[in-house]
Design a binder for this molecule. Sequence first.
Ligand code: ADP
Ligand code: MG
Length: 331
Amino acid sequence: DSAINRIAAGEVVERPASAVKELVENAIDAGATRISIDIADGGKTLIRVSDDGCGIAPEDLPLALSRHATSKIDGSDLLNIHTFGFRGEALPSLGAVGRLNITSRVPGGEAAMIRVAGGVMDPVKPAALRAGTVVELRDLFFATPARLKFMRTDRAESQAITDTIKRLAMAEPALGFTLRDVSGGGEGRITFRADGENGDLFDALHARLGRILGREFAENALRIDATREDIRLFGYAALPTYSRGAAVAQYLFVNGRPVRDKMLTGALRAAYFDFLSRDRHPAAALFIDCEPTLVDVNVHPAKSEVRFRDPGIPRGLIVSALRHALAEAGH
Ligand code: ADP
Ligand code: MG
């Protein structure tokens, strides 16, 4: 039922940046190594995500647009979530609230495309594409005018998209990302670019953080790597002397997903409590990896909240690992 789809869609897709997040996560899940994102008018009129991932076979295109059809989970295993996507909701939701066009090709197969607008699907047609997948979303929320009213300025929506891409690019330092603003047509203007970084986990992450947060962050970053009760914390945290003034540079990830979580940011603050005045925020990019069964990332469809089975463990781990690193650095 397309009305129900549109209501559910509003839960998954709040604004252009949430659509970008879903599409880029799909590209990452598809094993892409390079992901290009083109946007126009803050993503309101166009979001186009192109990847060099595994592609979708023509016969699977309609399935990809069906609610709760996901190739990533068998249904009996909702707690064991390893990939980004697990609900099979993003594409049907986007197809319900905008004009969605998917062109794709699997290796050795023929390219095909499918179109859906306002929840109405056209049949699959042959198309031209060398490899991978291009998902084009035009006129987001044209089918839900109430949502349109909540959109902010093009500038604010573009900023939110850039922030989303930067977070995803931190979580995937080996992948290449290009974000282009194509408002007004033509080649457009590159607003963010990071080629895939080389080296091991820490080298690649360090290079990627330098590119995104700046050389000064990278030069003042302490390497963090600690494990407690099967929960691993790693990443980089800045020396208290590194100051971004009042700007917040806190990036937290759980099992590779960007999250915003009060408990985790509270732990970060607690670790720096003796070293930072109240108006300054510790800068860090930290990753928590654990068994998927120890954490619930399904709290909200937009998937940025998390709930740990035992929050004391990640909290204690952050505080002790950061205090230890700060002490070793002479604080
Ligand atoms: P989910 O990611 O939760 O599985 P989505 O609605 O986001 O649900 O996507 C539905 C399905 O479409 C995915 O399970 C996947 O099989 C396929 N798919 C979507 N995007 C891509 C892509 N960029 N490359 C390959 N397959 C894709
Ligand atoms: Mg998905």
